[in-house]
Design a binder for this molecule. Structure first.
Ligand code: NAP
Length: 464
């Protein structure tokens, strides 16, 4: 290592960190390599932090240590939340990331002002505006998901014009500062207006769209970090921010496609505002229900079973019982596969993570397109705590808020069994005609205990 100067060593470490970030994203895209992806990302981030600590410009370690203790004090408990709370936890992480980018941008302005170049002021202005709106927008998103704030979209006439005018004002203030960086009084006003815009941006969006919004805010946080990288002349921050920004954006596009929604519809559509119900006035629909013994008998006499998990499996933490069911049926020669909808649960990859935790073999997990071609030849589709992602109204009811969303075609299986606790709707708040079909049996109960009961019945020979 003697041939390298300390600066070169730091740069080399940054390059290794950047490569690890890229590999991390690549590996995270498949359940088989996802664990490696997490490790690569963590090691990359640790290397970037350590290399920065050796930066000769760093003069006082006292503040770094204080920040480390405060950050760890907040980060460690945040990392221990239940998996179903990960979307709001992620929103909080974006809020903190954006807050730090904003504060560094503010500090840079005051360190340099009034001698800020036009280019430098453009960078700082953009970075602080995006950072500020991401900070408040992410806090509102976390509050909605945690149900501290109302989940429903809060809308009023002329809302988009008001919101766009507020954003426009922040941009005009930034432009004035680019031309006159010495008008220092305008800077905090610009920050305040951008913070206010973040609130206006997210309040009209309903809870159902929050995961998509969070992924979009993720991309804004990345963009603001990349801009901060330009402000601070930090290449690793530019690379990490650009990767974060672009991957967040791609994820939002994937989620929009999986729900057949456009970006504008997510941002301005106020989805979930009107709680529609498929129940026509006075119409009484009949459902057929079954108990664990009957379900066990149907499952064990099937030759092909497709299990479709959803949010309810996550809430009930039923994945290990589902694994036991998988084992029991496979032992009896039943071909069991899992149909994974891209937006099942409350975050992308939610079902994959849970089923991987329960050691379900990856080759048994089929994505929506693959499982849909199997379903017409499937004896039993067993739905465990999923609802919207199986709702045939998305195919047939043009008036439904989820019309056009691709679904798992469980209604094409010969028999459909649905484990859920009641007839309550899912996240989109709409009725599911699947439950009233002739081939459907409702298995009312908590996912974990009901699946456990079925496993016991099969083991006890109740299957035949
Ligand atoms: P869902 O439509 O929200 O339905 C979940 C069902 O689980 C509910 O109907 C509920 O019925 C049942 N349930 C809850 N707790 C249960 C328990 N302990 N045991 C058994 N059942 C339980 O879920 P989904 O089908 O997975 O669909 C996901 C929804 O989230 C979609 O609308 C999707 O667009 C939206 N979304 C997801 C993402 C993402 O990234 N995954 C992003 C944006 C939006 P009961 O109350 O009757 O039990």
């Amino acid at each position: 290592m003697s041939g390298f100067s300390p600066e070169q060593l730091i740069d080399l470490t940054y390059i290794v960190a950047a490569v690890l970030f890229i590999l991390s994203l690549k590996w995270l895209s498949s359940p088989v390599t996802a664990r490696h992806g997490v490790w690569a990302g963590e090691i990359g981030a640790a290397l970037a932090v350590v290399a920065t600590l050796f930066n000769p410009e760093l003069v006082a370690y006292k503040w770094v240590i204080i920040a480390l203790i405060v950050g760890a004090g907040i980060g460690i408990p945040l990392g221990m939340v239940r998996m179903t709370a990960v979307p709001q936890r992620t929103a909080l992480s974006h809020a903190f990331g954006a807050l730090s980018a904003t504060m560094i941008g503010i500090a840079e302005y005051y360190v340099r002002a009034p001698q800020v170049t036009k280019f430098g002021m453009t960078e700082i202005g953009l970075e602080v505006i995006i950072g500020s709106l991401t900070f408040t927008g992410s806090l509102i998103a976390a509050g909605k998901l945690q149900e501290i704030l109302p989940q429903r979209p809060i809308v009023y006439r002329g809302q988009n014009i008001v919101s766009l005018s507020v954003l426009g004002s922040a941009i005009v203030l930034a432009l004035i500062l680019v031309l006159h960086p010495e008008y220092m009084v305008l800077f905090p006003v610009m920050v305040g207006v951008a913070l206010f815009f973040g609130v206006l941006l997210v309040t009209p969006i309903g809870g159902a769209d929050m995961p998509t919004v969070i992924s979009l805010l993720n991309s804004y946080a990345g963009l603001s970090a990349a801009l901060l990288g330009f402000v601070l002349n930090s290449k690793v921050l530019v690379v990490a921010g650009a990767l974060d920004g672009s991957s967040g954006f791609i994820l939002s596009v994937i989620m929009c496609k999986a729900m057949n929604r456009s970006f504008t519809n997510v941002m301005f559509g106020a989805f979930g505002q009107v709680q529609t119900s498929a129940k026509a006035a006075g119409e009484e629909k009949v459902v057929r229900s079954a108990n664990a013994e009957e379900a066990a008998s149907i499952l064990s006499s099937a030759s092909k079973v497709v299990i479709v998990p959803g949010y309810g499996m996550a809430v009930a933490q039923a994945q290990h019982k589902v694994r036991e069911l998988f084992d029991a049926l496979t032992k009896r020669g039943v071909d069991v596969k899992f149909g994974i909808h891209p937006v099942a649960g409350r975050m992308p990859g939610h079902m994959n993570v849970l089923l991987a935790e329960a050691d379900i073999p990856y080759d048994r997990l089929l994505d929506m397109d693959n499982v849909n071609s199997d379903l017409p030849q499937t004896d039993v589709a067993l739905i465990i705590g999923a609802n919207d992602v199986t709702n045939p109204a998305a195919r047939t009811d043009t008036g439904s808020p989820i019309y056009g969303m691709p679904i798992i075609d469980v209604d094409k299986a010969h028999t459909v069994m649905v484990i859920k606790r009641s007839m309550n709707p899912g996240f989109a708040g709409i009725d599911n005609p699947l439950y009233y079909m002739d081939q459907t049996l409702m298995l009312f109960g908590d996912a974990k205990s009901f699946v456990g009961d079925i496993v016991r019945e099969i083991a006890g020979g109740g299957g035949h």
